[in-house]
Design a protein around this ligand. Sequence first.
Ligand SMILES: [Zn+2]
Length: 72
Amino acid sequence: MKKVFCNLFGHHFSISKKVTQHIKEYKCIHCGKQVTTDVNGNLSTLTSELKDINATLEDIYQRRHRAEQQVA
Ligand SMILES: [Zn+2]
């Protein structure tokens, strides 16, 4: 039933995880569908492959962010 709602009105995504400043993971509050911003800035279905990529990006992003804080 919830998926019918999404088909009629579209998904209602809310941010589930901030990966980097530009890449975020979203989850539909109605059906639980997960999507993520891909490298082109479009929303893609969050596959296990993209999840791995995001985990790597998050790691790099946080490491760089931490390095910047130490310099400042
Ligand atoms: Zn949905």
